[in-house]
Design a protein around this ligand. Structure first.
Ligand SMILES: [Zn+2]
Length: 83
């Protein structure tokens, strides 16, 4: 289960909740004062994934990276020594 960080507008406190991803974050109440004026900041679970993203983009170029895939169907030019 991911951790979610909230900030309470009423008591000005931050708190972290361990919640299932399916929970309605709009209905989450403050762990300190019970106020429903809480702001969902971010999930540490998600921020970890985002931190990984830049390095995962350094993957080898594949066929999917080319908008025109027909270029792979063209015959490969032969070297003159093969003729
Ligand atoms: Zn509060």
């Amino acid at each position: 289960m991911p951790l979610y960080e909230y900030f309470c507008d009423d008591c000005q406190k931050e708190f972290t909740l361990l919640q299932p991803a399916s929970v309605n974050k709009e209905e989450t109440t403050c762990a300190e004062c019970g106020s429903d004026k809480v702001t969902h900041k971010f999930s540490t679970f998600t921020s970890k994934i985002q931190g990984v993203t830049p390095s995962s983009r350094k993957r080898p170029v594949t066929e999917d990276d080319y908008p025109n895939k027909d270029v792979f169907k063209l015959p490969i030019p032969r070297l003159r020594s093969d003729l």
